[in-house]
Design a protein around this ligand. Structure first.
Ligand code: ATP
Ligand code: MG
Length: 394
Protein backbone atom coordinates (compact mmCIF):
# COMPACT_ATOMS: atom_id res chain seq x y z
CA UNK A 1 0.00 0.00 0.00
CA UNK A 2 1.38 3.44 -0.91
CA UNK A 3 1.37 5.74 2.05
CA UNK A 4 3.59 8.69 1.65
CA UNK A 5 3.82 12.31 2.65
CA UNK A 6 4.37 14.80 -0.15
CA UNK A 7 4.29 18.56 -0.42
CA UNK A 8 1.94 20.22 -2.85
CA UNK A 9 3.01 23.70 -3.82
CA UNK A 10 0.84 26.08 -5.83
CA UNK A 11 2.58 28.32 -8.29
CA UNK A 12 1.60 31.96 -7.95
CA UNK A 13 1.94 34.58 -10.63
CA UNK A 14 3.97 32.11 -12.61
CA UNK A 15 0.76 30.78 -14.09
CA UNK A 16 0.04 34.18 -15.60
CA UNK A 17 3.12 34.19 -17.72
CA UNK A 18 1.66 32.66 -20.88
CA UNK A 19 4.28 31.27 -23.18
CA UNK A 20 7.05 31.68 -20.62
CA UNK A 21 5.20 29.54 -18.19
CA UNK A 22 7.10 26.36 -18.93
CA UNK A 23 10.38 28.18 -18.40
CA UNK A 24 9.15 29.65 -15.12
CA UNK A 25 8.02 26.27 -13.90
CA UNK A 26 11.30 24.68 -14.81
CA UNK A 27 13.24 27.38 -13.02
CA UNK A 28 11.10 27.09 -9.91
CA UNK A 29 11.53 23.32 -9.86
CA UNK A 30 15.28 23.75 -10.22
CA UNK A 31 15.27 26.27 -7.35
CA UNK A 32 13.23 23.93 -5.14
CA UNK A 33 15.58 21.03 -5.87
CA UNK A 34 18.60 23.14 -5.01
CA UNK A 35 16.95 24.42 -1.83
CA UNK A 36 16.35 20.83 -0.69
CA UNK A 37 19.74 19.32 -1.61
CA UNK A 38 20.76 18.82 2.00
CA UNK A 39 17.45 17.34 3.09
CA UNK A 40 17.33 14.19 0.98
CA UNK A 41 16.41 12.97 -2.49
CA UNK A 42 13.19 14.18 -4.04
CA UNK A 43 11.10 13.93 -7.16
CA UNK A 44 9.93 17.43 -7.99
CA UNK A 45 7.53 17.87 -10.91
CA UNK A 46 4.53 19.92 -11.87
CA UNK A 47 1.03 19.02 -12.98
CA UNK A 48 -1.48 21.79 -13.74
CA UNK A 49 0.24 24.59 -11.81
CA UNK A 50 0.80 22.40 -8.77
CA UNK A 51 4.33 21.34 -7.97
CA UNK A 52 4.72 17.99 -6.27
CA UNK A 53 7.65 17.47 -3.93
CA UNK A 54 7.98 13.77 -3.20
CA UNK A 55 10.69 12.40 -0.94
CA UNK A 56 12.42 9.30 -2.31
CA UNK A 57 13.71 8.08 1.04
CA UNK A 58 11.89 6.98 4.14
CA UNK A 59 12.74 9.01 7.19
CA UNK A 60 13.07 12.34 5.37
CA UNK A 61 12.54 15.23 7.80
CA UNK A 62 9.37 16.62 6.25
CA UNK A 63 9.12 19.44 8.81
CA UNK A 64 12.42 20.77 7.53
CA UNK A 65 11.40 20.22 3.90
CA UNK A 66 8.16 22.11 4.46
CA UNK A 67 9.97 25.03 6.04
CA UNK A 68 12.57 25.17 3.27
CA UNK A 69 9.95 24.94 0.51
CA UNK A 70 8.14 27.82 2.21
CA UNK A 71 11.15 30.01 1.42
CA UNK A 72 11.22 29.38 -2.32
CA UNK A 73 9.95 32.30 -4.37
CA UNK A 74 7.22 31.54 -6.90
CA UNK A 75 5.23 29.33 -4.53
CA UNK A 76 2.06 31.11 -3.43
CA UNK A 77 0.80 28.43 -1.06
CA UNK A 78 1.76 24.97 0.05
CA UNK A 79 0.51 22.08 2.09
CA UNK A 80 1.58 18.72 3.35
CA UNK A 81 -0.43 16.01 1.66
CA UNK A 82 -0.62 12.28 2.18
CA UNK A 83 -0.92 9.90 -0.69
CA UNK A 84 -2.65 6.56 -0.66
CA UNK A 85 -4.22 4.05 -3.02
CA UNK A 86 -7.18 5.11 -5.10
CA UNK A 87 -9.66 3.26 -3.03
CA UNK A 88 -12.32 4.72 -0.75
CA UNK A 89 -11.29 2.68 2.29
CA UNK A 90 -7.67 3.72 1.83
CA UNK A 91 -8.65 7.38 1.37
CA UNK A 92 -10.85 7.42 4.46
CA UNK A 93 -8.24 5.58 6.53
CA UNK A 94 -5.54 7.94 5.37
CA UNK A 95 -7.58 11.06 6.21
CA UNK A 96 -8.59 9.66 9.58
CA UNK A 97 -5.05 8.77 10.52
CA UNK A 98 -2.91 11.49 8.95
CA UNK A 99 -5.17 14.49 9.51
CA UNK A 100 -6.10 13.46 13.04
CA UNK A 101 -4.23 16.31 14.74
CA UNK A 102 -5.94 19.05 12.76
CA UNK A 103 -9.35 17.38 12.94
CA UNK A 104 -9.07 17.05 16.71
CA UNK A 105 -8.32 20.75 17.07
CA UNK A 106 -11.11 22.00 14.80
CA UNK A 107 -14.76 22.55 15.75
CA UNK A 108 -16.16 22.13 12.27
CA UNK A 109 -15.11 20.85 8.86
CA UNK A 110 -16.07 20.17 5.30
CA UNK A 111 -14.68 17.93 2.60
CA UNK A 112 -13.84 19.07 -0.92
CA UNK A 113 -12.94 16.55 -3.57
CA UNK A 114 -11.43 16.67 -7.01
CA UNK A 115 -11.27 13.75 -9.37
CA UNK A 116 -8.90 14.11 -12.28
CA UNK A 117 -8.93 10.35 -12.86
CA UNK A 118 -12.34 10.07 -14.48
CA UNK A 119 -12.24 6.28 -14.29
CA UNK A 120 -12.56 6.46 -10.52
CA UNK A 121 -16.02 4.99 -9.74
CA UNK A 122 -17.32 7.84 -7.55
CA UNK A 123 -17.84 11.42 -8.66
CA UNK A 124 -16.40 14.29 -6.63
CA UNK A 125 -19.56 15.16 -4.62
CA UNK A 126 -20.00 11.49 -3.79
CA UNK A 127 -16.42 11.21 -2.59
CA UNK A 128 -16.90 14.28 -0.35
CA UNK A 129 -20.12 12.94 1.05
CA UNK A 130 -18.71 9.56 1.90
CA UNK A 131 -15.45 10.84 3.39
CA UNK A 132 -17.37 13.53 5.32
CA UNK A 133 -19.77 10.98 6.77
CA UNK A 134 -17.00 8.67 7.88
CA UNK A 135 -14.95 11.45 9.45
CA UNK A 136 -18.00 12.84 11.27
CA UNK A 137 -18.46 9.41 12.78
CA UNK A 138 -14.82 9.03 13.78
CA UNK A 139 -14.60 12.55 15.23
CA UNK A 140 -17.97 13.12 16.91
CA UNK A 141 -17.02 16.59 18.17
CA UNK A 142 -16.84 17.89 14.58
CA UNK A 143 -19.76 19.67 12.99
CA UNK A 144 -20.13 19.89 9.25
CA UNK A 145 -20.03 23.51 8.12
CA UNK A 146 -19.80 24.03 4.37
CA UNK A 147 -19.76 27.84 4.56
CA UNK A 148 -17.23 28.59 7.26
CA UNK A 149 -15.46 25.38 8.21
CA UNK A 150 -12.71 25.35 10.84
CA UNK A 151 -10.81 22.99 8.59
CA UNK A 152 -11.30 21.77 5.05
CA UNK A 153 -10.28 18.25 4.11
CA UNK A 154 -9.27 18.04 0.47
CA UNK A 155 -9.37 14.76 -1.39
CA UNK A 156 -7.74 14.62 -4.80
CA UNK A 157 -7.92 11.53 -6.93
CA UNK A 158 -5.12 11.75 -9.44
CA UNK A 159 -3.95 9.33 -12.11
CA UNK A 160 -1.61 7.24 -10.02
CA UNK A 161 -2.66 7.94 -6.44
CA UNK A 162 -5.09 9.76 -4.20
CA UNK A 163 -4.07 12.60 -1.91
CA UNK A 164 -5.62 14.00 1.24
CA UNK A 165 -4.64 17.25 2.87
CA UNK A 166 -6.01 20.22 4.79
CA UNK A 167 -5.79 23.95 4.08
CA UNK A 168 -2.61 25.24 2.48
CA UNK A 169 -0.51 27.93 4.17
CA UNK A 170 0.96 30.95 2.37
CA UNK A 171 4.28 30.39 0.60
CA UNK A 172 7.02 32.92 -0.06
CA UNK A 173 5.14 34.34 -3.07
CA UNK A 174 6.88 36.33 -5.77
CA UNK A 175 8.59 34.96 -8.87
CA UNK A 176 11.24 32.24 -9.13
CA UNK A 177 14.77 33.57 -8.70
CA UNK A 178 16.45 33.94 -12.05
CA UNK A 179 13.33 34.66 -14.10
CA UNK A 180 13.64 38.46 -13.96
CA UNK A 181 17.29 38.95 -14.87
CA UNK A 182 20.15 39.93 -12.63
CA UNK A 183 20.94 42.90 -10.36
CA UNK A 184 23.62 44.14 -7.97
CA UNK A 185 22.44 44.88 -4.42
CA UNK A 186 24.34 47.29 -2.16
CA UNK A 187 24.54 45.40 1.09
CA UNK A 188 25.59 47.20 4.26
CA UNK A 189 25.45 45.74 7.73
CA UNK A 190 22.24 47.59 8.60
CA UNK A 191 18.61 46.56 8.89
CA UNK A 192 17.44 47.92 5.56
CA UNK A 193 19.63 46.53 2.82
CA UNK A 194 19.14 42.83 3.67
CA UNK A 195 15.40 43.55 3.42
CA UNK A 196 15.73 45.36 0.09
CA UNK A 197 17.86 42.49 -1.20
CA UNK A 198 15.23 39.99 -0.13
CA UNK A 199 12.44 42.03 -1.69
CA UNK A 200 14.02 42.25 -5.11
CA UNK A 201 14.97 38.57 -5.04
CA UNK A 202 11.29 37.99 -4.43
CA UNK A 203 10.55 39.63 -7.77
CA UNK A 204 12.62 36.95 -9.47
CA UNK A 205 15.98 38.70 -9.72
CA UNK A 206 19.16 36.73 -9.47
CA UNK A 207 21.46 38.81 -7.26
CA UNK A 208 25.03 39.73 -6.64
CA UNK A 209 25.89 41.91 -3.66
CA UNK A 210 28.50 44.59 -3.09
CA UNK A 211 29.82 45.87 0.22
CA UNK A 212 32.00 48.93 0.84
CA UNK A 213 34.54 48.28 3.49
CA UNK A 214 36.63 50.98 5.18
CA UNK A 215 39.29 49.19 7.14
CA UNK A 216 40.52 50.15 9.75
CA UNK A 217 37.64 52.61 10.33
CA UNK A 218 35.36 49.61 10.17
CA UNK A 219 36.56 46.32 11.58
CA UNK A 220 36.91 42.79 10.25
CA UNK A 221 33.94 41.95 12.42
CA UNK A 222 31.81 44.46 10.52
CA UNK A 223 32.77 42.68 7.30
CA UNK A 224 32.02 39.29 8.82
CA UNK A 225 28.62 40.62 9.83
CA UNK A 226 27.83 41.39 6.19
CA UNK A 227 28.94 37.91 5.14
CA UNK A 228 26.72 36.48 7.88
CA UNK A 229 23.78 38.51 6.58
CA UNK A 230 24.48 37.30 3.05
CA UNK A 231 24.53 33.73 4.35
CA UNK A 232 21.10 34.24 5.96
CA UNK A 233 19.82 35.65 2.67
CA UNK A 234 20.93 32.60 0.65
CA UNK A 235 17.91 30.73 2.01
CA UNK A 236 15.82 32.99 -0.19
CA UNK A 237 18.25 34.27 -2.81
CA UNK A 238 20.37 31.19 -3.44
CA UNK A 239 24.16 31.46 -3.53
CA UNK A 240 25.44 35.04 -3.34
CA UNK A 241 28.65 36.66 -4.43
CA UNK A 242 29.66 39.40 -2.00
CA UNK A 243 32.02 41.86 -3.69
CA UNK A 244 33.95 43.56 -0.92
CA UNK A 245 35.28 46.93 -2.08
CA UNK A 246 38.22 48.54 -0.28
CA UNK A 247 36.73 51.99 0.27
CA UNK A 248 39.05 53.61 2.80
CA UNK A 249 41.08 55.66 0.34
CA UNK A 250 38.01 57.12 -1.34
CA UNK A 251 36.49 58.06 2.01
CA UNK A 252 39.71 59.73 3.15
CA UNK A 253 39.98 61.66 -0.10
CA UNK A 254 36.41 62.86 0.34
CA UNK A 255 37.08 63.86 3.95
CA UNK A 256 40.22 65.78 2.97
CA UNK A 257 39.09 67.39 -0.29
CA UNK A 258 35.32 67.86 -0.36
CA UNK A 259 32.99 70.20 1.57
CA UNK A 260 31.82 68.43 4.69
CA UNK A 261 28.16 69.25 4.16
CA UNK A 262 28.20 67.16 0.96
CA UNK A 263 30.51 64.40 2.10
CA UNK A 264 27.85 61.75 2.69
CA UNK A 265 26.23 62.39 -0.65
CA UNK A 266 29.53 62.38 -2.48
CA UNK A 267 30.41 59.11 -0.81
CA UNK A 268 27.03 57.61 -1.76
CA UNK A 269 27.54 58.70 -5.37
CA UNK A 270 30.95 57.11 -5.42
CA UNK A 271 29.48 53.87 -4.07
CA UNK A 272 26.90 53.93 -6.83
CA UNK A 273 29.54 54.40 -9.52
CA UNK A 274 31.69 51.55 -8.21
CA UNK A 275 28.60 49.39 -7.88
CA UNK A 276 27.69 50.18 -11.48
CA UNK A 277 31.14 49.19 -12.72
CA UNK A 278 30.96 45.95 -10.74
CA UNK A 279 27.42 45.35 -11.99
CA UNK A 280 28.47 45.64 -15.61
CA UNK A 281 31.34 43.22 -15.02
CA UNK A 282 28.97 40.71 -13.44
CA UNK A 283 26.25 41.09 -16.08
CA UNK A 284 23.78 42.88 -13.79
CA UNK A 285 21.24 45.29 -15.26
CA UNK A 286 20.13 47.24 -12.18
CA UNK A 287 21.30 48.40 -8.76
CA UNK A 288 19.38 47.90 -5.51
CA UNK A 289 19.61 49.98 -2.34
CA UNK A 290 17.83 49.96 1.00
CA UNK A 291 16.96 53.66 0.92
CA UNK A 292 13.66 54.78 2.40
CA UNK A 293 12.28 58.25 1.78
CA UNK A 294 13.09 60.70 4.54
CA UNK A 295 14.80 58.20 6.81
CA UNK A 296 18.05 60.19 6.99
CA UNK A 297 19.44 63.38 5.41
CA UNK A 298 20.89 61.43 2.47
CA UNK A 299 17.49 59.93 1.71
CA UNK A 300 15.42 63.01 0.93
CA UNK A 301 13.86 63.29 -2.53
CA UNK A 302 16.61 65.64 -3.67
CA UNK A 303 19.36 63.55 -2.13
CA UNK A 304 18.12 60.41 -3.81
CA UNK A 305 17.96 62.28 -7.09
CA UNK A 306 21.56 63.39 -6.71
CA UNK A 307 22.68 59.89 -5.71
CA UNK A 308 20.82 58.21 -8.55
CA UNK A 309 22.20 60.71 -11.07
CA UNK A 310 25.68 59.26 -10.54
CA UNK A 311 24.78 56.18 -12.58
CA UNK A 312 22.93 55.17 -15.71
CA UNK A 313 21.67 51.80 -14.54
CA UNK A 314 18.19 51.82 -13.01
CA UNK A 315 18.27 51.98 -9.20
CA UNK A 316 15.62 49.89 -7.43
CA UNK A 317 14.69 51.08 -3.94
CA UNK A 318 12.03 48.65 -2.77
CA UNK A 319 11.82 50.22 0.71
CA UNK A 320 11.31 53.76 -0.54
CA UNK A 321 7.69 53.98 0.62
CA UNK A 322 7.98 51.92 3.77
CA UNK A 323 8.09 52.92 7.43
CA UNK A 324 10.87 51.66 9.64
CA UNK A 325 8.45 49.41 11.55
CA UNK A 326 7.36 47.73 8.36
CA UNK A 327 10.97 47.16 7.37
CA UNK A 328 11.83 45.78 10.81
CA UNK A 329 8.89 43.41 10.60
CA UNK A 330 10.15 41.92 7.35
CA UNK A 331 13.67 41.84 8.74
CA UNK A 332 12.46 39.76 11.69
CA UNK A 333 10.41 37.57 9.39
CA UNK A 334 13.37 36.68 7.20
CA UNK A 335 15.66 36.24 10.18
CA UNK A 336 18.21 38.99 9.50
CA UNK A 337 17.18 41.43 12.24
CA UNK A 338 19.20 39.94 15.10
CA UNK A 339 22.37 40.04 13.03
CA UNK A 340 21.66 43.50 11.62
CA UNK A 341 21.44 45.07 15.07
CA UNK A 342 24.83 43.79 16.22
CA UNK A 343 26.69 46.97 17.09
CA UNK A 344 29.53 47.07 14.58
CA UNK A 345 30.20 50.41 12.99
CA UNK A 346 29.29 51.07 9.39
CA UNK A 347 31.44 53.05 6.99
CA UNK A 348 28.67 55.64 6.59
CA UNK A 349 28.66 56.43 10.29
CA UNK A 350 32.40 56.92 10.52
CA UNK A 351 32.61 60.10 8.47
CA UNK A 352 29.18 61.60 9.15
CA UNK A 353 29.02 65.38 8.71
CA UNK A 354 27.47 67.52 11.44
CA UNK A 355 25.26 69.48 9.07
CA UNK A 356 24.50 67.50 5.94
CA UNK A 357 22.58 69.26 3.16
CA UNK A 358 19.07 67.89 2.84
CA UNK A 359 18.19 69.82 -0.31
CA UNK A 360 21.28 69.39 -2.41
CA UNK A 361 21.56 70.68 -5.97
CA UNK A 362 23.22 68.33 -8.44
CA UNK A 363 25.46 70.95 -10.04
CA UNK A 364 26.77 72.06 -6.64
CA UNK A 365 27.51 68.49 -5.65
CA UNK A 366 29.32 67.90 -8.93
CA UNK A 367 31.39 71.01 -8.27
CA UNK A 368 32.09 69.81 -4.74
CA UNK A 369 33.39 66.55 -6.20
CA UNK A 370 35.82 68.19 -8.57
CA UNK A 371 38.76 68.21 -6.15
CA UNK A 372 39.09 64.43 -6.26
CA UNK A 373 40.00 62.17 -9.20
CA UNK A 374 37.15 59.75 -8.57
CA UNK A 375 37.45 57.95 -11.89
CA UNK A 376 40.95 56.77 -11.07
CA UNK A 377 40.20 55.91 -7.46
CA UNK A 378 37.07 54.01 -8.41
CA UNK A 379 38.89 52.01 -11.09
CA UNK A 380 41.48 51.11 -8.49
CA UNK A 381 38.80 50.13 -5.99
CA UNK A 382 37.16 47.96 -8.63
CA UNK A 383 40.42 46.19 -9.38
CA UNK A 384 40.94 45.43 -5.72
CA UNK A 385 37.55 43.97 -5.03
CA UNK A 386 37.66 40.77 -3.03
CA UNK A 387 34.80 38.49 -3.99
CA UNK A 388 33.50 36.02 -1.44
CA UNK A 389 30.94 33.46 -2.58
CA UNK A 390 28.49 32.68 0.18
CA UNK A 391 26.61 29.47 -0.43
CA UNK A 392 23.41 28.07 0.95
CA UNK A 393 24.77 24.64 1.69
CA UNK A 394 28.27 25.16 3.09
P1 ATP B 1 21.07 50.01 5.91
O1 ATP B 1 20.23 49.65 7.08
O2 ATP B 1 20.83 49.14 4.72
O3 ATP B 1 22.50 50.12 6.28
P2 ATP B 1 20.72 52.80 6.24
O4 ATP B 1 19.38 53.16 6.72
O5 ATP B 1 21.83 52.73 7.22
O6 ATP B 1 20.59 51.44 5.43
P3 ATP B 1 22.40 54.43 4.57
O7 ATP B 1 23.54 54.15 5.43
O8 ATP B 1 22.10 55.84 4.16
O9 ATP B 1 21.04 53.85 5.10
O10 ATP B 1 22.56 53.62 3.24
C1 ATP B 1 21.56 53.59 2.27
C2 ATP B 1 21.80 52.40 1.38
O11 ATP B 1 23.08 52.48 0.77
C3 ATP B 1 21.85 51.08 2.15
O12 ATP B 1 20.57 50.55 2.37
C4 ATP B 1 22.67 50.23 1.25
O13 ATP B 1 21.93 49.74 0.15
C5 ATP B 1 23.70 51.23 0.73
N1 ATP B 1 24.91 51.24 1.59
C6 ATP B 1 25.19 52.04 2.62
N2 ATP B 1 26.39 51.74 3.17
C7 ATP B 1 26.87 50.69 2.47
C8 ATP B 1 28.05 49.89 2.53
N3 ATP B 1 28.99 50.11 3.44
N4 ATP B 1 28.18 48.91 1.64
C9 ATP B 1 27.23 48.66 0.70
N5 ATP B 1 26.11 49.36 0.61
C10 ATP B 1 25.91 50.36 1.46
MG1 MG C 1 23.59 51.69 7.05
Amino acid sequence: MIKMEVILAKMGEVVLKGLNRRQFEQRMIKNIKYRLVKLGKFRVYSVQSTVYIEPEDDGTDMDAVFEAAGQVFGIISLCRAYSCEKDMDAIIGCARERLRGELMEAQSFKVESKRSDKSFPLKSPEISKMVGGELAESFPHLKVDVHNPGVTVYVEVRDYAAFVHTDPVPGAGGLPIGTSGKAMSLLSGGIDSPVSTYMMAKRGLELETIHFFSYPYTSERAKQKVLDLAKLLTRYCGNLNVHVVPFTKIQEEIRDNCPEEYSTLIMRRSMMRVAELAAKKAGCDALITGESLGQVASQTVRAMGVTGAAVLLPVFRPLVGMDKEEIVKISRGIGTFETSILPYEDCCTVFTPKHPRTKPVLEEVERAESGVDFAALEREALENIETVTVTLHH
